[in-house]
Design a binder for this molecule. Structure first.
Ligand code: SF4
Ligand code: MSK
Length: 622
Protein backbone atom coordinates (compact mmCIF):
# COMPACT_ATOMS: atom_id res chain seq x y z
CA UNK A 1 0.00 0.00 0.00
CA UNK A 2 1.44 3.41 -0.95
CA UNK A 3 -1.44 5.80 -0.41
CA UNK A 4 -0.39 7.32 2.91
CA UNK A 5 -0.80 10.88 1.58
CA UNK A 6 -4.43 10.18 0.78
CA UNK A 7 -5.30 9.07 4.27
CA UNK A 8 -4.37 12.11 6.32
CA UNK A 9 -3.41 15.75 5.89
CA UNK A 10 -1.09 15.59 8.90
CA UNK A 11 2.67 15.26 8.52
CA UNK A 12 3.10 13.02 11.57
CA UNK A 13 0.23 10.84 10.38
CA UNK A 14 1.67 10.44 6.90
CA UNK A 15 5.13 9.54 8.17
CA UNK A 16 3.84 7.10 10.76
CA UNK A 17 1.54 5.37 8.23
CA UNK A 18 4.63 4.89 6.09
CA UNK A 19 6.48 3.49 9.07
CA UNK A 20 3.66 1.03 9.82
CA UNK A 21 3.64 -0.02 6.20
CA UNK A 22 7.33 -0.83 6.29
CA UNK A 23 6.89 -2.54 9.66
CA UNK A 24 4.02 -4.49 8.03
CA UNK A 25 1.55 -3.56 10.71
CA UNK A 26 -2.09 -3.22 9.73
CA UNK A 27 -3.88 0.12 10.20
CA UNK A 28 -7.49 1.25 10.43
CA UNK A 29 -7.27 2.22 6.74
CA UNK A 30 -6.22 -1.31 5.75
CA UNK A 31 -9.14 -2.78 7.67
CA UNK A 32 -11.48 -0.22 6.17
CA UNK A 33 -10.31 -1.20 2.68
CA UNK A 34 -10.80 -4.87 3.53
CA UNK A 35 -14.43 -4.15 4.42
CA UNK A 36 -15.25 -2.78 0.95
CA UNK A 37 -17.88 -2.85 -0.33
CA UNK A 38 -19.68 -2.17 2.95
CA UNK A 39 -23.27 -3.37 3.20
CA UNK A 40 -25.61 -1.08 1.27
CA UNK A 41 -28.67 -2.04 3.31
CA UNK A 42 -26.92 -1.17 6.57
CA UNK A 43 -25.54 2.02 5.07
CA UNK A 44 -29.08 3.16 4.28
CA UNK A 45 -30.39 2.04 7.68
CA UNK A 46 -32.63 -0.56 6.01
CA UNK A 47 -31.51 -3.68 7.83
CA UNK A 48 -33.00 -4.81 11.11
CA UNK A 49 -31.87 -7.52 13.50
CA UNK A 50 -33.83 -6.43 16.49
CA UNK A 51 -35.68 -9.74 16.84
CA UNK A 52 -35.25 -13.41 16.01
CA UNK A 53 -37.88 -13.46 13.27
CA UNK A 54 -35.24 -11.50 11.35
CA UNK A 55 -32.70 -10.36 10.36
CA UNK A 56 -34.67 -8.43 7.75
CA UNK A 57 -33.88 -6.03 4.94
CA UNK A 58 -36.02 -3.62 2.96
CA UNK A 59 -35.18 -3.28 -0.71
CA UNK A 60 -34.36 0.39 -1.43
CA UNK A 61 -35.24 -0.01 -5.12
CA UNK A 62 -38.80 -1.02 -4.38
CA UNK A 63 -38.51 -4.41 -6.08
CA UNK A 64 -37.81 -6.80 -3.22
CA UNK A 65 -39.51 -6.87 0.19
CA UNK A 66 -40.76 -3.54 1.50
CA UNK A 67 -41.27 -4.76 5.05
CA UNK A 68 -39.64 -7.02 7.58
CA UNK A 69 -41.18 -10.26 8.87
CA UNK A 70 -43.11 -8.28 11.52
CA UNK A 71 -44.35 -5.78 8.91
CA UNK A 72 -42.04 -2.88 9.83
CA UNK A 73 -41.43 -0.69 6.79
CA UNK A 74 -38.44 1.43 5.84
CA UNK A 75 -39.55 4.43 7.94
CA UNK A 76 -39.98 2.35 11.08
CA UNK A 77 -36.74 0.43 10.63
CA UNK A 78 -34.67 3.55 9.94
CA UNK A 79 -36.20 5.53 12.81
CA UNK A 80 -35.78 2.63 15.21
CA UNK A 81 -32.13 2.15 14.26
CA UNK A 82 -31.41 5.86 14.63
CA UNK A 83 -33.15 5.96 18.00
CA UNK A 84 -30.95 3.09 19.18
CA UNK A 85 -27.82 4.93 18.06
CA UNK A 86 -28.87 7.92 20.13
CA UNK A 87 -29.63 5.69 23.11
CA UNK A 88 -26.16 4.12 22.94
CA UNK A 89 -24.47 7.49 22.64
CA UNK A 90 -26.48 9.04 25.47
CA UNK A 91 -25.78 5.98 27.61
CA UNK A 92 -22.03 6.26 27.03
CA UNK A 93 -21.83 9.93 28.02
CA UNK A 94 -24.22 9.56 30.92
CA UNK A 95 -22.56 6.49 32.38
CA UNK A 96 -19.31 8.46 32.24
CA UNK A 97 -21.13 11.22 34.16
CA UNK A 98 -22.37 8.70 36.70
CA UNK A 99 -18.82 7.50 37.36
CA UNK A 100 -17.83 11.05 38.27
CA UNK A 101 -20.81 11.48 40.57
CA UNK A 102 -19.74 8.28 42.34
CA UNK A 103 -16.27 9.70 42.89
CA UNK A 104 -17.84 12.91 44.21
CA UNK A 105 -19.93 10.87 46.63
CA UNK A 106 -16.86 8.96 47.82
CA UNK A 107 -14.84 12.15 48.22
CA UNK A 108 -17.66 13.40 50.43
CA UNK A 109 -17.23 10.33 52.61
CA UNK A 110 -13.47 10.53 52.55
CA UNK A 111 -13.25 7.17 50.79
CA UNK A 112 -11.37 8.25 47.68
CA UNK A 113 -7.74 8.92 48.65
CA UNK A 114 -6.01 11.24 46.19
CA UNK A 115 -9.23 12.84 44.95
CA UNK A 116 -10.43 16.15 46.38
CA UNK A 117 -12.74 19.05 45.80
CA UNK A 118 -10.72 21.53 43.81
CA UNK A 119 -13.26 24.16 42.78
CA UNK A 120 -15.39 24.94 45.84
CA UNK A 121 -16.88 28.01 44.22
CA UNK A 122 -18.26 25.89 41.38
CA UNK A 123 -19.38 23.21 43.84
CA UNK A 124 -21.49 25.77 45.67
CA UNK A 125 -22.81 27.31 42.47
CA UNK A 126 -23.94 23.97 41.01
CA UNK A 127 -25.30 22.87 44.40
CA UNK A 128 -27.45 26.02 44.48
CA UNK A 129 -28.91 25.02 41.11
CA UNK A 130 -29.97 21.78 42.77
CA UNK A 131 -31.54 23.73 45.64
CA UNK A 132 -28.75 22.90 48.09
CA UNK A 133 -27.56 25.74 50.32
CA UNK A 134 -23.88 25.73 51.17
CA UNK A 135 -23.86 27.97 54.24
CA UNK A 136 -22.55 26.47 57.40
CA UNK A 137 -21.60 23.22 55.66
CA UNK A 138 -18.20 21.81 54.83
CA UNK A 139 -17.42 21.34 51.13
CA UNK A 140 -17.61 17.59 51.74
CA UNK A 141 -21.14 17.90 53.12
CA UNK A 142 -22.22 19.96 50.13
CA UNK A 143 -20.52 17.47 47.79
CA UNK A 144 -22.38 14.59 49.45
CA UNK A 145 -25.74 16.30 49.07
CA UNK A 146 -24.98 17.33 45.49
CA UNK A 147 -23.89 13.81 44.53
CA UNK A 148 -27.14 12.50 45.98
CA UNK A 149 -29.24 15.07 44.11
CA UNK A 150 -27.42 14.30 40.85
CA UNK A 151 -28.03 10.60 41.32
CA UNK A 152 -31.74 11.46 41.47
CA UNK A 153 -31.37 12.98 37.99
CA UNK A 154 -30.45 9.53 36.71
CA UNK A 155 -33.61 7.92 38.03
CA UNK A 156 -37.29 8.28 37.24
CA UNK A 157 -38.66 10.12 40.23
CA UNK A 158 -38.52 13.58 38.70
CA UNK A 159 -40.56 15.39 36.06
CA UNK A 160 -37.59 17.32 34.71
CA UNK A 161 -33.81 17.20 35.05
CA UNK A 162 -32.31 19.87 37.30
CA UNK A 163 -29.95 21.52 34.83
CA UNK A 164 -32.52 22.13 32.05
CA UNK A 165 -33.24 25.41 33.83
CA UNK A 166 -29.99 26.64 32.30
CA UNK A 167 -31.72 26.68 28.90
CA UNK A 168 -33.60 29.86 27.92
CA UNK A 169 -37.14 29.96 29.27
CA UNK A 170 -38.59 29.82 25.73
CA UNK A 171 -36.65 26.66 24.96
CA UNK A 172 -37.84 24.98 28.14
CA UNK A 173 -41.42 25.83 27.28
CA UNK A 174 -40.97 24.43 23.79
CA UNK A 175 -39.61 21.14 25.18
CA UNK A 176 -42.59 20.94 27.54
CA UNK A 177 -45.02 21.65 24.73
CA UNK A 178 -43.47 18.98 22.51
CA UNK A 179 -43.35 16.59 25.44
CA UNK A 180 -39.61 16.05 24.96
CA UNK A 181 -38.47 17.52 28.27
CA UNK A 182 -35.98 14.95 29.61
CA UNK A 183 -37.24 13.42 32.88
CA UNK A 184 -34.57 11.01 34.02
CA UNK A 185 -31.22 10.32 32.38
CA UNK A 186 -31.44 6.53 32.61
CA UNK A 187 -35.17 6.65 32.06
CA UNK A 188 -34.94 8.15 28.58
CA UNK A 189 -32.33 5.65 27.42
CA UNK A 190 -34.29 2.80 28.92
CA UNK A 191 -37.47 4.05 27.26
CA UNK A 192 -35.65 4.32 23.92
CA UNK A 193 -34.72 0.64 24.17
CA UNK A 194 -38.28 -0.21 25.15
CA UNK A 195 -39.89 1.75 22.33
CA UNK A 196 -37.57 0.21 19.75
CA UNK A 197 -38.32 -3.37 20.84
CA UNK A 198 -40.42 -5.27 18.29
CA UNK A 199 -44.06 -4.34 18.59
CA UNK A 200 -43.82 -1.17 20.67
CA UNK A 201 -43.45 2.27 19.04
CA UNK A 202 -44.08 2.00 15.31
CA UNK A 203 -44.61 5.69 14.65
CA UNK A 204 -41.46 6.94 12.98
CA UNK A 205 -42.20 10.52 14.10
CA UNK A 206 -42.84 9.58 17.73
CA UNK A 207 -39.70 7.43 17.72
CA UNK A 208 -37.64 10.36 16.48
CA UNK A 209 -39.16 12.76 18.99
CA UNK A 210 -38.26 10.39 21.77
CA UNK A 211 -34.77 10.21 20.25
CA UNK A 212 -34.52 13.98 20.76
CA UNK A 213 -35.69 13.67 24.37
CA UNK A 214 -33.13 10.93 24.96
CA UNK A 215 -30.41 13.12 23.43
CA UNK A 216 -31.49 16.07 25.61
CA UNK A 217 -31.09 13.84 28.66
CA UNK A 218 -27.46 13.52 27.57
CA UNK A 219 -26.74 17.16 26.70
CA UNK A 220 -28.56 18.81 29.58
CA UNK A 221 -28.13 15.79 31.87
CA UNK A 222 -25.44 13.11 31.73
CA UNK A 223 -22.79 15.04 29.81
CA UNK A 224 -23.48 18.24 31.69
CA UNK A 225 -23.09 16.44 35.00
CA UNK A 226 -19.86 14.85 33.72
CA UNK A 227 -18.38 18.23 32.87
CA UNK A 228 -19.55 20.04 36.00
CA UNK A 229 -18.38 17.34 38.41
CA UNK A 230 -15.04 17.04 36.60
CA UNK A 231 -14.57 20.78 37.08
CA UNK A 232 -15.50 20.52 40.76
CA UNK A 233 -13.08 17.64 41.36
CA UNK A 234 -10.21 18.57 39.07
CA UNK A 235 -10.58 22.31 38.52
CA UNK A 236 -12.44 24.52 36.06
CA UNK A 237 -10.20 25.01 33.02
CA UNK A 238 -8.33 28.26 32.42
CA UNK A 239 -6.37 29.13 29.28
CA UNK A 240 -2.90 27.59 29.40
CA UNK A 241 -0.23 26.74 26.84
CA UNK A 242 0.38 23.19 25.70
CA UNK A 243 2.00 21.24 22.85
CA UNK A 244 0.45 19.01 20.23
CA UNK A 245 1.17 16.23 17.68
CA UNK A 246 3.33 13.08 17.75
CA UNK A 247 6.35 15.26 18.49
CA UNK A 248 5.22 15.60 22.11
CA UNK A 249 6.78 12.17 22.76
CA UNK A 250 10.31 12.40 24.11
CA UNK A 251 13.09 10.14 22.91
CA UNK A 252 14.99 10.27 26.19
CA UNK A 253 12.09 9.92 28.64
CA UNK A 254 9.63 7.28 29.74
CA UNK A 255 6.54 8.05 27.67
CA UNK A 256 3.19 7.27 29.28
CA UNK A 257 0.09 7.88 27.17
CA UNK A 258 -3.50 7.99 28.45
CA UNK A 259 -6.38 7.29 26.08
CA UNK A 260 -10.15 7.23 26.51
CA UNK A 261 -12.58 9.70 28.05
CA UNK A 262 -12.87 9.73 31.78
CA UNK A 263 -10.49 11.92 33.81
CA UNK A 264 -10.98 9.78 36.92
CA UNK A 265 -8.13 7.45 35.91
CA UNK A 266 -5.94 9.87 33.96
CA UNK A 267 -5.85 12.44 36.78
CA UNK A 268 -4.39 9.83 39.13
CA UNK A 269 -1.92 8.67 36.50
CA UNK A 270 -0.85 12.30 36.10
CA UNK A 271 -0.32 12.68 39.82
CA UNK A 272 1.87 9.56 39.88
CA UNK A 273 3.87 10.67 36.82
CA UNK A 274 4.54 14.06 38.46
CA UNK A 275 5.76 12.60 41.76
CA UNK A 276 9.51 13.40 42.12
CA UNK A 277 10.05 9.91 43.56
CA UNK A 278 8.84 8.44 40.29
CA UNK A 279 11.10 10.77 38.31
CA UNK A 280 13.99 9.54 40.42
CA UNK A 281 13.06 5.97 39.65
CA UNK A 282 12.94 6.75 35.94
CA UNK A 283 16.38 8.36 36.15
CA UNK A 284 17.77 5.28 37.86
CA UNK A 285 16.59 3.30 34.85
CA UNK A 286 18.45 5.61 32.48
CA UNK A 287 15.61 7.90 31.38
CA UNK A 288 15.63 11.67 31.72
CA UNK A 289 12.19 11.70 33.31
CA UNK A 290 8.58 10.73 32.75
CA UNK A 291 6.61 12.34 29.95
CA UNK A 292 2.83 12.04 30.20
CA UNK A 293 0.82 12.71 27.02
CA UNK A 294 -2.83 12.33 26.09
CA UNK A 295 -4.88 10.93 23.24
CA UNK A 296 -8.51 11.62 22.36
CA UNK A 297 -10.76 12.98 25.08
CA UNK A 298 -9.09 11.82 28.27
CA UNK A 299 -6.14 13.68 26.75
CA UNK A 300 -8.37 16.71 26.20
CA UNK A 301 -9.46 16.58 29.84
CA UNK A 302 -5.83 16.77 31.01
CA UNK A 303 -4.93 19.34 28.36
CA UNK A 304 -7.81 21.61 29.39
CA UNK A 305 -7.04 21.58 33.11
CA UNK A 306 -3.27 21.05 33.28
CA UNK A 307 -1.78 21.78 29.85
CA UNK A 308 -0.68 18.14 29.45
CA UNK A 309 0.53 17.71 25.84
CA UNK A 310 -1.69 16.01 23.27
CA UNK A 311 -0.25 13.26 21.09
CA UNK A 312 -3.19 12.94 18.71
CA UNK A 313 -6.82 12.24 17.96
CA UNK A 314 -8.80 9.12 17.08
CA UNK A 315 -7.02 8.07 13.87
CA UNK A 316 -3.60 8.78 15.42
CA UNK A 317 -4.10 6.29 18.26
CA UNK A 318 -2.64 3.32 16.37
CA UNK A 319 -0.02 5.30 14.52
CA UNK A 320 1.48 6.81 17.64
CA UNK A 321 2.42 3.34 18.92
CA UNK A 322 4.57 2.84 15.81
CA UNK A 323 6.95 5.50 17.12
CA UNK A 324 8.31 2.73 19.32
CA UNK A 325 8.65 5.41 22.01
CA UNK A 326 5.66 4.61 24.20
CA UNK A 327 6.40 2.55 27.28
CA UNK A 328 2.77 2.32 28.29
CA UNK A 329 -0.69 3.25 27.05
CA UNK A 330 -3.34 3.36 29.76
CA UNK A 331 -6.94 3.30 28.56
CA UNK A 332 -10.26 3.87 30.28
CA UNK A 333 -13.24 3.69 27.93
CA UNK A 334 -14.78 4.84 24.64
CA UNK A 335 -13.15 5.21 21.22
CA UNK A 336 -10.36 2.75 22.05
CA UNK A 337 -9.92 0.54 19.02
CA UNK A 338 -9.53 -3.12 20.03
CA UNK A 339 -6.84 -3.21 17.33
CA UNK A 340 -4.50 -1.20 19.55
CA UNK A 341 -3.14 -4.16 21.48
CA UNK A 342 -2.27 -5.96 18.21
CA UNK A 343 -0.29 -2.90 17.13
CA UNK A 344 1.34 -2.64 20.55
CA UNK A 345 2.40 -6.29 20.34
CA UNK A 346 4.65 -5.33 17.39
CA UNK A 347 6.51 -2.81 19.55
CA UNK A 348 7.42 -2.78 23.24
CA UNK A 349 4.37 -0.76 24.37
CA UNK A 350 2.51 -2.17 27.36
CA UNK A 351 -1.27 -1.76 27.15
CA UNK A 352 -3.28 -1.37 30.37
CA UNK A 353 -7.06 -1.40 30.64
CA UNK A 354 -8.50 0.09 33.82
CA UNK A 355 -12.30 -0.01 33.80
CA UNK A 356 -14.41 -2.97 34.83
CA UNK A 357 -16.72 -2.05 31.95
CA UNK A 358 -14.08 -1.92 29.23
CA UNK A 359 -11.93 -4.98 28.53
CA UNK A 360 -9.68 -5.48 25.53
CA UNK A 361 -7.98 -8.57 24.13
CA UNK A 362 -4.25 -8.47 24.68
CA UNK A 363 -4.27 -5.76 27.35
CA UNK A 364 -3.26 -6.22 30.94
CA UNK A 365 -6.24 -5.37 33.16
CA UNK A 366 -5.50 -3.26 36.24
CA UNK A 367 -8.85 -2.25 37.63
CA UNK A 368 -9.12 1.28 39.02
CA UNK A 369 -11.75 2.23 41.61
CA UNK A 370 -11.97 5.51 43.54
CA UNK A 371 -10.65 3.82 46.70
CA UNK A 372 -7.61 2.21 45.06
CA UNK A 373 -6.91 4.52 42.09
CA UNK A 374 -3.94 6.30 43.64
CA UNK A 375 -2.16 3.07 44.45
CA UNK A 376 -2.97 1.50 41.07
CA UNK A 377 -1.68 4.60 39.29
CA UNK A 378 1.68 4.25 41.04
CA UNK A 379 1.77 0.52 40.22
CA UNK A 380 1.26 1.08 36.51
CA UNK A 381 3.63 4.03 36.27
CA UNK A 382 6.33 1.91 37.95
CA UNK A 383 5.70 -0.82 35.39
CA UNK A 384 6.00 1.77 32.61
CA UNK A 385 9.39 2.83 34.00
CA UNK A 386 10.52 -0.80 34.09
CA UNK A 387 9.52 -1.14 30.46
CA UNK A 388 11.92 1.62 29.38
CA UNK A 389 14.71 -0.99 29.29
CA UNK A 390 12.81 -2.92 26.60
CA UNK A 391 12.69 -0.02 24.21
CA UNK A 392 14.15 -0.53 20.73
CA UNK A 393 14.66 2.13 18.11
CA UNK A 394 12.37 5.11 18.23
CA UNK A 395 10.96 7.21 15.43
CA UNK A 396 9.47 10.54 16.48
CA UNK A 397 9.05 12.18 13.09
CA UNK A 398 8.01 15.76 13.89
CA UNK A 399 8.56 18.65 16.27
CA UNK A 400 5.60 19.54 18.50
CA UNK A 401 3.50 22.63 17.86
CA UNK A 402 2.28 25.19 20.38
CA UNK A 403 -1.39 25.49 21.26
CA UNK A 404 -3.55 27.09 23.94
CA UNK A 405 -6.33 25.11 25.61
CA UNK A 406 -8.58 25.60 28.60
CA UNK A 407 -11.47 27.75 27.42
CA UNK A 408 -14.26 26.94 29.86
CA UNK A 409 -17.30 29.24 29.73
CA UNK A 410 -16.09 30.70 33.01
CA UNK A 411 -12.71 31.50 31.41
CA UNK A 412 -14.27 33.01 28.29
CA UNK A 413 -16.70 35.17 30.25
CA UNK A 414 -13.83 36.09 32.58
CA UNK A 415 -11.68 37.18 29.62
CA UNK A 416 -14.60 39.32 28.43
CA UNK A 417 -14.70 41.12 31.77
CA UNK A 418 -17.33 39.07 33.60
CA UNK A 419 -20.28 39.15 31.19
CA UNK A 420 -20.95 37.78 27.71
CA UNK A 421 -22.01 41.32 26.63
CA UNK A 422 -18.77 42.26 24.81
CA UNK A 423 -19.07 39.11 22.68
CA UNK A 424 -22.68 40.00 21.91
CA UNK A 425 -21.65 43.54 21.04
CA UNK A 426 -19.02 42.24 18.61
CA UNK A 427 -21.67 40.01 17.03
CA UNK A 428 -24.19 42.85 16.85
CA UNK A 429 -21.59 45.15 15.30
CA UNK A 430 -20.88 42.43 12.73
CA UNK A 431 -17.19 42.20 13.59
CA UNK A 432 -17.93 38.61 14.49
CA UNK A 433 -20.66 37.32 12.15
CA UNK A 434 -21.51 34.42 14.45
CA UNK A 435 -20.03 31.35 16.05
CA UNK A 436 -19.74 27.70 15.12
CA UNK A 437 -19.06 24.67 17.28
CA UNK A 438 -16.98 22.12 15.38
CA UNK A 439 -16.98 18.79 17.17
CA UNK A 440 -16.53 15.08 16.87
CA UNK A 441 -14.30 12.37 15.69
CA UNK A 442 -12.20 11.12 12.81
CA UNK A 443 -13.53 8.54 10.38
CA UNK A 444 -11.45 6.67 7.78
CA UNK A 445 -14.17 7.52 5.25
CA UNK A 446 -12.90 11.12 5.35
CA UNK A 447 -9.27 12.14 4.89
CA UNK A 448 -7.97 12.42 8.44
CA UNK A 449 -8.37 15.98 9.81
CA UNK A 450 -9.19 17.41 6.36
CA UNK A 451 -12.83 18.06 7.27
CA UNK A 452 -12.08 19.77 10.59
CA UNK A 453 -9.21 21.90 9.35
CA UNK A 454 -10.77 23.00 6.05
CA UNK A 455 -14.09 23.94 7.60
CA UNK A 456 -12.40 25.83 10.45
CA UNK A 457 -10.16 27.72 8.06
CA UNK A 458 -13.08 28.85 5.91
CA UNK A 459 -15.17 29.92 8.88
CA UNK A 460 -12.54 31.98 10.69
CA UNK A 461 -11.49 33.72 7.50
CA UNK A 462 -15.12 34.78 7.21
CA UNK A 463 -15.22 36.22 10.73
CA UNK A 464 -16.99 33.30 12.34
CA UNK A 465 -15.59 32.42 15.76
CA UNK A 466 -14.92 28.69 16.10
CA UNK A 467 -15.15 26.78 19.36
CA UNK A 468 -14.26 23.11 19.16
CA UNK A 469 -14.05 19.95 21.21
CA UNK A 470 -12.99 16.32 21.00
CA UNK A 471 -10.95 15.12 18.07
CA UNK A 472 -11.85 18.22 16.04
CA UNK A 473 -10.09 20.34 18.66
CA UNK A 474 -6.93 18.26 18.30
CA UNK A 475 -7.02 18.55 14.51
CA UNK A 476 -7.16 22.35 14.52
CA UNK A 477 -4.49 22.59 17.22
CA UNK A 478 -2.20 20.50 15.02
CA UNK A 479 -3.01 22.80 12.12
CA UNK A 480 -1.71 25.74 14.16
CA UNK A 481 -5.05 27.50 14.74
CA UNK A 482 -4.88 27.48 18.52
CA UNK A 483 -2.25 30.12 19.17
CA UNK A 484 -2.85 33.86 19.47
CA UNK A 485 -0.89 34.42 16.23
CA UNK A 486 -3.45 32.35 14.34
CA UNK A 487 -5.52 35.52 14.05
CA UNK A 488 -3.50 36.04 10.87
CA UNK A 489 -5.84 33.40 9.36
CA UNK A 490 -8.95 35.23 10.56
CA UNK A 491 -11.10 37.80 8.79
CA UNK A 492 -10.57 41.47 9.78
CA UNK A 493 -13.34 41.64 12.40
CA UNK A 494 -12.52 38.39 14.17
CA UNK A 495 -8.84 39.32 14.00
CA UNK A 496 -9.54 42.62 15.74
CA UNK A 497 -11.68 41.12 18.51
CA UNK A 498 -9.44 38.11 19.23
CA UNK A 499 -6.34 40.27 18.86
CA UNK A 500 -7.53 42.72 21.50
CA UNK A 501 -8.34 39.87 23.89
CA UNK A 502 -5.13 38.00 23.07
CA UNK A 503 -7.00 34.79 22.29
CA UNK A 504 -6.87 32.45 19.27
CA UNK A 505 -9.72 32.55 16.72
CA UNK A 506 -10.38 28.87 17.47
CA UNK A 507 -11.09 28.11 21.12
CA UNK A 508 -10.50 24.69 22.65
CA UNK A 509 -13.64 23.96 24.66
CA UNK A 510 -12.61 20.50 25.80
CA UNK A 511 -13.64 16.88 25.45
CA UNK A 512 -16.79 15.38 23.92
CA UNK A 513 -18.84 15.73 27.12
CA UNK A 514 -17.65 19.34 27.19
CA UNK A 515 -19.91 20.10 24.23
CA UNK A 516 -22.24 21.14 27.03
CA UNK A 517 -19.98 24.14 27.54
CA UNK A 518 -21.15 25.24 24.09
CA UNK A 519 -24.78 24.79 25.18
CA UNK A 520 -24.18 26.84 28.32
CA UNK A 521 -22.51 29.65 26.36
CA UNK A 522 -25.29 29.61 23.73
CA UNK A 523 -27.90 29.79 26.50
CA UNK A 524 -26.06 32.70 28.14
CA UNK A 525 -25.99 34.59 24.83
CA UNK A 526 -29.68 33.90 24.19
CA UNK A 527 -30.60 34.98 27.73
CA UNK A 528 -28.56 38.17 27.41
CA UNK A 529 -30.48 38.97 24.21
CA UNK A 530 -33.80 37.93 25.75
CA UNK A 531 -34.38 35.38 23.00
CA UNK A 532 -34.08 31.67 22.22
CA UNK A 533 -30.96 29.77 21.11
CA UNK A 534 -32.59 29.06 17.74
CA UNK A 535 -32.61 32.80 16.96
CA UNK A 536 -28.84 33.23 17.33
CA UNK A 537 -26.27 33.27 14.50
CA UNK A 538 -24.82 29.92 15.58
CA UNK A 539 -24.12 26.60 13.90
CA UNK A 540 -22.71 23.20 14.77
CA UNK A 541 -20.70 20.78 12.66
CA UNK A 542 -19.35 17.26 12.96
CA UNK A 543 -17.27 16.96 9.78
CA UNK A 544 -15.65 13.57 10.51
CA UNK A 545 -17.94 11.94 13.08
CA UNK A 546 -18.02 8.17 13.54
CA UNK A 547 -19.49 7.34 16.96
CA UNK A 548 -22.97 6.80 18.36
CA UNK A 549 -22.07 9.46 20.93
CA UNK A 550 -21.73 11.93 18.08
CA UNK A 551 -25.28 11.08 16.95
CA UNK A 552 -26.56 11.88 20.41
CA UNK A 553 -24.56 15.12 20.45
CA UNK A 554 -25.91 16.15 17.05
CA UNK A 555 -29.46 15.40 18.18
CA UNK A 556 -29.24 17.41 21.41
CA UNK A 557 -27.55 20.32 19.66
CA UNK A 558 -30.36 20.47 17.07
CA UNK A 559 -33.04 19.95 19.74
CA UNK A 560 -31.46 22.87 21.60
CA UNK A 561 -32.00 25.05 18.52
CA UNK A 562 -28.66 24.97 16.69
CA UNK A 563 -28.42 24.14 12.97
CA UNK A 564 -25.92 21.30 12.53
CA UNK A 565 -24.01 20.04 9.49
CA UNK A 566 -22.78 16.44 9.52
CA UNK A 567 -19.92 15.21 7.34
CA UNK A 568 -20.56 11.47 6.98
CA UNK A 569 -24.17 10.54 6.20
CA UNK A 570 -25.90 8.80 9.10
CA UNK A 571 -27.63 5.52 8.17
CA UNK A 572 -31.02 7.09 7.41
CA UNK A 573 -31.10 7.52 3.62
CA UNK A 574 -33.36 4.47 3.28
CA UNK A 575 -36.30 6.53 4.53
CA UNK A 576 -37.03 9.75 2.71
CA UNK A 577 -39.59 10.57 5.41
CA UNK A 578 -36.92 10.46 8.10
CA UNK A 579 -34.47 12.41 5.93
CA UNK A 580 -37.09 15.09 5.22
CA UNK A 581 -38.03 15.42 8.85
CA UNK A 582 -34.43 15.77 10.06
CA UNK A 583 -33.30 18.14 7.32
CA UNK A 584 -36.46 20.24 6.93
CA UNK A 585 -39.40 19.37 9.17
CA UNK A 586 -37.49 19.79 12.43
CA UNK A 587 -37.15 23.50 11.63
CA UNK A 588 -40.86 23.89 12.34
CA UNK A 589 -40.61 21.74 15.44
CA UNK A 590 -37.44 22.76 17.29
CA UNK A 591 -36.29 25.73 15.16
CA UNK A 592 -33.21 23.97 13.81
CA UNK A 593 -32.35 21.22 11.33
CA UNK A 594 -29.60 18.86 10.29
CA UNK A 595 -27.76 19.05 6.99
CA UNK A 596 -25.33 16.50 5.57
CA UNK A 597 -22.35 17.65 3.56
CA UNK A 598 -19.15 15.59 3.39
CA UNK A 599 -17.25 18.31 1.50
CA UNK A 600 -16.07 20.83 4.13
CA UNK A 601 -15.79 23.61 1.52
CA UNK A 602 -19.49 23.23 0.80
CA UNK A 603 -20.29 22.78 4.50
CA UNK A 604 -18.62 26.15 5.12
CA UNK A 605 -20.90 27.75 2.52
CA UNK A 606 -23.95 26.20 4.19
CA UNK A 607 -22.90 27.46 7.63
CA UNK A 608 -22.07 30.95 6.39
CA UNK A 609 -25.41 31.12 4.62
CA UNK A 610 -27.22 30.03 7.76
CA UNK A 611 -25.39 32.51 9.99
CA UNK A 612 -26.04 35.42 7.62
CA UNK A 613 -29.69 34.40 7.43
CA UNK A 614 -29.98 34.33 11.22
CA UNK A 615 -28.42 37.80 11.36
CA UNK A 616 -30.96 39.12 8.88
CA UNK A 617 -33.82 37.60 10.86
CA UNK A 618 -32.51 39.27 14.03
CA UNK A 619 -32.31 42.55 12.10
CA UNK A 620 -28.61 42.86 12.93
CA UNK A 621 -27.41 44.25 9.64
CA UNK A 622 -30.40 46.51 9.00
FE1 SF4 B 1 -37.43 -8.21 11.16
FE2 SF4 B 1 -39.34 -6.84 12.47
FE3 SF4 B 1 -37.71 -8.51 13.81
FE4 SF4 B 1 -36.76 -6.22 12.77
S1 SF4 B 1 -38.27 -6.40 14.40
S2 SF4 B 1 -35.77 -8.25 12.70
S3 SF4 B 1 -37.97 -6.03 10.90
S4 SF4 B 1 -39.18 -9.06 12.22
S1 MSK C 1 -12.69 10.96 21.39
S2 MSK C 1 -16.22 10.36 20.41
S3 MSK C 1 -13.44 9.88 18.44
S4 MSK C 1 -14.39 13.07 19.17
FE1 MSK C 1 -14.14 11.98 22.29
FE2 MSK C 1 -12.78 11.64 19.40
FE3 MSK C 1 -15.23 11.13 18.70
FE4 MSK C 1 -14.12 9.63 20.43
Amino acid sequence: MTHHHNYTITKDGQLLIKKMESDQVETVWDRHAAQQPQCGFCDLGLSCRICAMGPCRVDPFGEGPQQGVCGADADIIVARNLCRMIAAGAAAHSDHGRDLVEVLAEVAENKAPGYAITDTEKLNRVAAEYGIAADGKTPEQVAGELAHAMQEDFGTRKKELALVTRAPEKRQQLWRKLNIMPRGIDRETSEAMHRTHMGVDNGWQSLLLHGLRNALSDGWGGSMIATEVSDILFGTPKPAPTKVNAGVLKADQVNVVVHGHNPVVSEMVMAACQDPEMTKLAEEKGAKGINLCGLCCTGNELLMRHGIPMAGNHLMTELIIATGAIEMMIVDYQCIMPALSKVAACYHTKMISTSDKARFPGMEHVEFHPDNARKKAYDVVKAAIENFANRGETYIPVEPLDAVGGFSVEAVVGALGGTPEPLLDAIKAGKIRGAAGIVGCNNPKIKHDYGHVTLTKRLIENDILVVDTGCAAVATAKAGFKVADAISHAGPGLKEVCGSLGIPPVLHFGSCVDNVRILVLAAALANALGTDISDLPLAGAAPEWYSEKAVSIGAYVVASGIYTVLGPMPPIAGSMNVVELLTKGLGEVVGATFAVEPDPEKAAVLIRGHIENQRRKLGLDA
